[in-house]
Each structure stands twice: as C-alpha cells, then as structure tokens.
Design a protein around this ligand. Structure first.
Ligand SMILES: Nc1ncnc2c1ncn2[C@@H]1O[C@H](COP(=O)(O)OP(=O)(O)OP(=O)(O)O)[C@@H](O)[C@H]1O
Ligand SMILES: [Mg+2]
Length: 258
C-alpha cells in the first residue's frame, strides 16, 4: 500500500529563518494524526508547507503524496488533487460568495481528477443539492451560501465554513489547523461531527490542536508533539491526556537532553 502522505526529513524556512528542522511523518489512508505543541513550535508552518504556500521555503527533504513528490506542485494543483487545508486564520474574500467560491473550487478539482463523469462541471441543481446537504451537516443557515466568503463572519462561523469547504471538496488528505479554536461548546460538537462524517477509509487527516477536548470527539490514531520545529514525541491518544495533565515542560526537557 502506498501511503497517502510521507513527510521526509522536512526542513522549512520562512524569510530565511529555519522553522522546521527535519520532520518525518507518514499518514496512511484512513488514519487520523493529531499534532500538538507549544505556540510557535511550527505547526502552522508544517500545514502551510504541505498546502504549498509560496512563502514557506523547503530547503531540505521531501513531501510525497500517493508516492509522488509534490514539491514542484503549486498550491492550486495540490488542492485540486485532494490536499485540503483548513486555515487557522481564514481570510475574507469580499465580492466572492461562499457558493461561487465552492462551485469554482469543486469544478477545478473535478477537472483535475477527471472524476464524476470525465471531469465535467457540476450542474447547478446538483450543486445546490450538495450545498444544502453539506450546510445542513454543519448546521449552517442557507444565507451563508450567498454571503461573501468569511466577510464579517464570526470566528466560529469561519471555522464551520472551513469544514463546509472540506465537505464539498471531498479531499483525500485534510490538514485542519486549530479548527476547534474559537468554537463554543455546541459548535465544537457540530464541527467535530461534520469532520467525523467525512472520515473514512479514503481520507487521511492531520489535526492540529491545542486541546485534548477536540480529541474526545475526533479520535486520533496517533498523537505527535512538535517542539521547536522537531517531532519531540509520538504516541497514541493517551499522549494527549498526558499533555493535558503535565503540560510540555517534561517533553521540552527530554528533547534538550537528547
Ligand atoms: N510568514 C511568516 N513570517 C515570519 N515568521 C513566521 C511566518 N510564519 C511563521 N513564522 C514564525 O515561525 C514560528 C512558527 O510559527 P507557526 O505559526 O508555525 O507556529 P504554531 O506552532 O502554529 O503556533 P500556534 O500554536 O501559536 O499557532 C514562529 O516563530 C513564527 O513567528
Ligand atoms: Mg498555528
């Protein structure tokens, strides 16, 4: 079996400063991996590097998606081929409605993969049905379809719409960067249920979070701790409980002693 995503000795610099210092991680289809770690340890840098953000320069190592190096793929190509990033800080795009944005993105993805009848664009009625179904899944009011993307959305609404995008685009590798931050208790449950509805044998998930709470809803197969740009520790879901109890100091000290 070819792994969905293989990150090999990845070094990433931002504006000349090395942030990630040799990350190794393999995610198979059907697996959910959680990444935790202190503020500034490089979690979002990893997410951005995977998505192909041009500001994040890969200076060493490789990223393989379904066995193929993607370092030369632009962010658009990665997205079209099924790599999805839910942003920690989603940006507003005034003038572009949620529905138009999603239909354009979905059609680009269909065209690139040749899926759903040789990559033809989705018909308007079919798209409306898909949107309605996915908006209901995330308990989003229909009015969001016609609002400008993230423009004036509350923090929690932005996070819900990130997962709406995931639901519509049906990725094969999803990176969720602190999708739980800023959500109220009910919204956290709705978003987690939305993600769980998408988890299945064809999806790999990388879940970045600070809170064990989310992992009560979305059960990871593996938990990794990123400290100062390196994977300091990996384990099962119990590691998240340990972190909740003990914090990061013991891991930072063990890492420093290596
Ligand atoms: N575009 C950028 N320009 C300058 N510095 C950056 C940029 N992106 C990341 N960094 C720096 O890289 C380091 C890692 O940042 P990153 O956002 O990856 O951390 P994080 O683990 O996601 O933290 P948090 O838990 O606070 O979200 C930080 O010191 C940050 O200031
Ligand atoms: Mg971050």
């Amino acid at each position: 079996m070819i792994a969905e995503l293989v990150i090999k000795d990845l070094h990433v610099s931002v504006e000349g400063k090395e942030i990630l210092k040799g990350i190794n991680l393999t995610i198979n289809k059907g697996e959910t991996h959680a990444i935790m770690g202190p503020n500034g340890s490089g979690k979002s840098t990893l997410a951005n590097a995977l998505a192909g953000h041009p500001k994040y320069e890969i200076t060493q190592g490789d990223i393989l998606y379904k066995g193929e190096s993607i370092l030369n793929w632009g962010a658009d190509e990665r997205a079209q081929k099924g790599i999805f990033l839910a942003f920690q800080y989603p940006m507003a795009i005034p003038g572009v409605t949620v529905a138009n944005f999603l239909r354009t993105a979905l059609n680009a993805r269909r065209k690139a993969t040749g899926s759903n009848g040789s990559g033809k664009p989705i018909s308007i009625p079919e798209f409306r049905k898909l949107m309605r179904e996915k908006m209901a899944l995330l308990k989003l009011d229909d009015v969001f379809a016609t609002r400008y993307l993230n423009d004036g959305f509350s923090g929690g609404e932005k996070k819900r719409v990130e997962i709406l995008q995931m639901a519509v685009l049906n990725p094969e590798m999803a990176v969720l960067d602190e999708t739980d931050s800023g959500l109220d208790i009910d919204a956290l449950r709705v978003v987690a249920e939305g993600v769980n509805a998408l988890i299945g044998p064809n999806l790999g998930v990388l879940l970045i979070t600070h809170y064990q709470r989310l992992l009560n809803y979305i059960k990871p197969n593996f938990v990794h701790v990123l400290v100062s740009g390196k994977m300091a520790m990996s384990g099962g879901p119990e590691l998240a409980l340990q972190l909740e109890e003990k914090g990061y100091d013991w891991i930072i000290e063990a890492e420093a002693a290596k």
